[in-house]
Design a protein around this ligand. Structure first.
Ligand SMILES: *[C@@H]1O[C@H](CO)[C@@H](O)[C@H](O)[C@H]1NC(C)=O
Ligand SMILES: *[C@@H]1O[C@H](CO)[C@@H](O)[C@H](O)[C@H]1NC(C)=O
Ligand SMILES: *[C@@H]1O[C@H](CO)[C@@H](O)[C@H](O)[C@H]1NC(C)=O
Ligand SMILES: *[C@@H]1O[C@H](CO)[C@@H](O)[C@H](O)[C@H]1NC(C)=O
Ligand SMILES: *[C@@H]1O[C@H](CO)[C@@H](O)[C@H](O)[C@H]1NC(C)=O
Length: 476
């Protein structure tokens, strides 16, 4: 016999072989029922489990050190096939931690990452250069729960594991005006390329949920995002000065915009000058009674162009695809294409605002006017709407190239019991100022500034590069 174990004694040999083989089966070769397949832009050669780094999933032990040491350890595999950090079932309390390149954070089903509610667990970051100050407070901002900068190829996914921002303490402090720094985002990636965030439940972010900024080649899909409908600034997905972005198959309910496309704020955004462009958003369902399904702006000073929005459903939102800007913003919003909106219970179906205000400071340039041009909508069905269109450009700076075709809006009908309501409260279906464009086959009849021209508003037939990115099947 070649195996030395079998040389001394047959019996000891058999027992040892069983033990060794048994332990091999247990630890090294997961049975096929333990294998989890998932889809990702890249699979990884190496992996580790959070508990290997001393983490305790009791919902009380702080695991920031475990996350940091796990990711530091796994970062050594960046140039050797990359690595996955597996977050197993349990409640993993943590402060902010940083990701690394060629890395996947994988949350198993029943894994819950809980964000610490103690400000001491949140390092401070300098203000974003395209904003010039923190959004809540001028001084600066807290790092996001999951943060990364200057990364390549980073994936945050799972089979519906949960990230719980435990935002209530932050929302209360904000409402009381007690924030000295800006509240943390749930996930922020800066100056990064090749990002995937998918197949997770994200709940109760202190501030925006998903914030890629100055980044490219981003896929956000299969997310269920939930925050209470009355809390401030819990936007779902906010691409900010990003290019090549694909946001699809997500369900979002929030107190603020489900999706907001941004590119910096007034003079800071103009100077930084990085647009958000080549973005596709499709098959998203949104509930947001106080905000938009998709907002463009109000921070759009670096410009927003080539945005394609397709097959979205809104269930009780304030508006659908809303453009927000102001004197002092500069920048542009152009080549926006929207096709296939299914809208139910909505205050404004078409809404553009040129007087949003909300400046970082008093040093904005009153001559910096935004250019809003080429905003196309087609195939829109709305039920129970209060106002069909409120399109308000800027005097001496009209919003142009607006096109709306094949839109049917059923207005909110007052019940018999409401009939004696004050006649002045009955809103006009359309109110347009400082805008120019055309419509076709739109009911109720639009305002005179958008005459009927028998057109089909365009929607691009080419594909964005990010649409051609295919998922691979990976397993852990
Ligand atoms: C995370 O990255 C930021 C920005 O580079 C840095 O300030 C911070 O110290 C990092 N945190 C850790 C735990 O390494
Ligand atoms: C994850 O949740 C979504 C939405 O609830 C569901 O459609 C999907 O089947 C779930 N996936 C897994 C792997 O549980
Ligand atoms: C008009 O839009 C509806 C969806 O709102 C769509 O089903 C229909 O095919 C469109 N009609 C044309 C002629 O494109
Ligand atoms: C219609 O919208 C109003 C608010 O404008 C809301 O109170 C009502 O419940 C909605 N009706 C339906 C059937 O959704
Ligand atoms: C129409 O919109 C303008 C600009 O927002 C506003 O000043 C005006 O009061 C509105 N008119 C009606 C009838 O609501």
């Amino acid at each position: 016999m070649k195996n030395p174990i079998f040389q001394n004694s047959y019996i000891i040999g058999v027992i040892s072989a069983v033990l060794i083989f048994g332990s091999l089966v247990e630890c090294r070769v997961p049975s096929s029922s333990n294998k989890i397949d998932y889809t990702a832009i890249n699979c990884r050669k190496h992996s580790a489990i959070l508990t290997d780094f001393g983490a305790v999933g009791d919902g009380k032990t702080l695991n920031t050190k475990a996350f940091n040491s796990a990711i530091t350890k796994l970062s050594q595999y960046a140039n050797d096939g990359g690595a996955t950090l597996i977050v197993p079932p349990g409640k993993w309390l943590t402060g902010s931690f940083n990701l690394t390149s060629h890395f996947t954070l994988f949350l198993q089903k029943d894994a819950v990452i809980l964000a610490s509610q103690n400000e001491a667990d949140w390092p401070q970051l300098p203000v974003l250069p395209s904003y010039g100050r923190g959004r809540d407070a001028p001084a600066g901002r807290y790092s996001s729960l999951i943060f990364g900068t200057h990364l390549t190829d980073v994936i945050i996914t799972g089979n519906n594991g949960t990230i719980d921002g435990q935002g209530s303490v932050w929302w209360e402090k904000f409402k009381k005006g007690e924030m000295k720094l800006t509240r943390p985002y749930m996930i922020e990636l800066m100056y990064s390329d090749q990002i995937q965030i998918s197949n997770l439940n994200l709940i109760n972010s202190p501030y925006w949920f998903v914030h890629p900024i100055y980044s490219s080649n981003i896929i956000v899909n299969g997310l269920t995002i939930r925050a209470p409908l009355d809390v401030p600034n819990t936007d779902g997905v906010n691409p900010d000065s990003c290019t090549n972005v694909r946001i699809e198959d997500n369900y979002i309910e929030s107190g603020d915009d489900c999706i907001a496309i941004k590119s910096g704020w007034d003079q800071y955004g103009i100077k930084f000058g990085k647009p958000s462009e080549h973005i596709i958003i499709r098959r998203v369902t949104c509930i947001s009674p106080k905000s938009a399904m998709v907002a463009i702006g109000s921070e759009m000073s670096g410009g927003v162009q080539d945005v394609r929005i397709e097959d979205l459903t809104a269930i009780n939102t304030e508006s659908a695809v809303r453009i927000k800007s102001a004197v002092g913003r500069g920048g542009f919003v152009k080549d926006i294409f929207v096709k296939g909106l299914n809208l139910n219970t909505m205050k404004y179906v078409f809404w553009m605002t040129g007087s949003y205000g909300d400046h970082p400071d008093s040093k904005f340039d009153p001559k910096a006017l935004p250019e809003i041009n080429g905003i196309n909508f087609r195939d829109v069905t709305a039920k129970n709407a209060t106002i069909a269109g409120k399109l308000e450009g800027i005097s001496n700076d009209p919003f142009t190239g607006i096109c709306i075709s094949n839109a049917t809006i059923e207005m909110f009908v007052k019940k018999d019991s409401d009939i004696e309501m004050d006649a002045k409260k009955v809103k006009l279906p359309w109110n347009c100022t400082d805008v120019a464009g055309v419509t076709s086959n739109v009911v109720p009849q639009p305002c005179a500034l958008l005459p009927d021209k028998k057109v089909d508003c365009p929607f691009p037939t080419d594909k964005l590069a990010i649409e051609n990115v295919q998922f691979k099947t990976c397993s852990i």
